[in-house]
Design a protein. Sequence first.
Length: 616
Amino acid sequence: MKKKYALLILIILMTGCAYYNTFYNAEKYFKDAQEMELRDNGKPSPSAIQKYNKVIKKCGIVITDYPKSDYADDAVMLLAKTFFYKGTNYGQAAEKFNDILTYYPNSEFVPDTHLFLARISYQLKKKEEAYSKLREFIQNPEFEDHHPKALIILANYQLQDKKLAEADFYFNQVITNYPQSKEYETAFFARGKTFYLAEKYDDSNKVFYDLLKSRVGKQIKLDSRYYIALNFLLTEQYNKAENEAKKLIKSESRLVEISKIELLLARAKAGNEQVDEAIGLCENIIQNNKGSFLAAETSYYLAEFYFNYKKNYEKAIEYYNNVKKERKKSPFVKEALGKSVVAAQIIQYYQPDSEISQDELVLQQFNLAEHYVNTLEMPDSAIVVYNNIILDKQKFELQLDSLEISKVSLAKILADSLIVLDSLKLSMPFDSLITSQDSTDIITPEKAEFDTLEISKIALSKILADSLIVLDSLKLSMPFDSLITSQDSTDIITLEKVEFDTLEITTVATEKDSVVSINYATVDSTEYLSVIEKIKRTKRIIESYEDEFIPYSRFVKLWLYQNVTIDSIKAEIEFEKLLELGDDNKYGYAAKRLGSGEKVELTTFTEQLQKSEYEH
């Protein structure tokens, strides 16, 4: 008998150990999955999904093989929570939670089960049903110990729905009525953050200072001090923000939190006009947190420093673009792309000599449009951006007209500055001024012809070197910028040497100690050259709009109208405009193929023909 009894105990222990180990492993997998970072869309990562699948398998073994064990309800609860956090099938999760209420009505998990069912209703967009379940829950005295948890859930949902006053009410209920609950410090901190979200920064700091005086954990006090510094920053109390941030860095040990505080410190320093230090801090943060939301946020503020303080718009564009490179789902991406377009426009209109090409500037607008389509799913906003690109061509056409007028005006001034010496009948053209290499030679040219619109850059370069005429007999020094016309002269003029000074105008002339009356006009040759270069550059830009920017914008609009917004009328308009470009334009050719249902390749008909001939 004793042997049989001992054997029975051994079997029970071995059996119990088996299902306990199985459940223990399930709990471990669940914990590991919970600690993994969520993807940008708020869903579990593939690695976390694998862990959750292992939990489901282990829990299934416990429930199926050991339905009467002490861990049966634990396994069902863990299985239900796994389905909930996996986020792929809330219906399955609800089914398992209801199993707790049906088969284990006396389980310790019943209160949490009701709360999870309310959360499932909220996830399924049944918000009023969720609110109703939670309010019924906090009215049930049987669940009193769990009321603080329900209040926190209610408050957080109100926050998500932008109902800040209601959220504050529920957080305050926990603080006032349940000071001994473990949710107390969570509610206290959340209430201070709620005022922050409502942009009531002084009220927020009042709550956080009260929290620091209460009995809460060290970590939550550090988080509270961060928001105190942030509230000072947002109310432009930069010295206070900087001092709080410096003290907080000394107390904090979490590396990610230290980087967050350093960004706050950088923003405070920039506000205190310590911009170079702020830039250095941001560069280090980005380097130490590559590919993170923090690196994206830091890139945004670094771009702001270059934009607002340094007025370095090229650098601003670089870091605005880096926001998306660091983290595509960063909440700063949309604003960063929008501001990169603004920076590009500032360069385009106020810094025309910038090294940034027009292609790069337009690329900023294309990036913004792409973000509207692919990330924000706002195709109408993208179409507005493409329309603006199409209209921009007109701005450059108007600019070209203005430049052409300036060119003619400047050329006329140059023509009027032609030296005419009546006594010698000397007509000296602007683009071929005559100098003598021998100071004793007498120059008496009969005539020179002048073309006001075709002045070569080479000729102008020679003039800049040789154009100060010193008339030996009169000791006359004449700078190129103030060419002299003599109204009355009967003397023969000997040219002794050529000097040049573009900055000073000398207009004193003497003849045998008597003053000669001189009229002169002032002209700046560099301005004329600048206009010529601007005309060439503007023509190239207009060509880029005609050949690339506008056709590309129209093609993407066509695709959006056909596949996203489903607007056949507008699609037809864009289609006809693209066909006008002909087969030798890659976008016109692509539109033609798109219209015939063929595979679209952005190439020209000629390129396709050459490719076909080569292959054969």
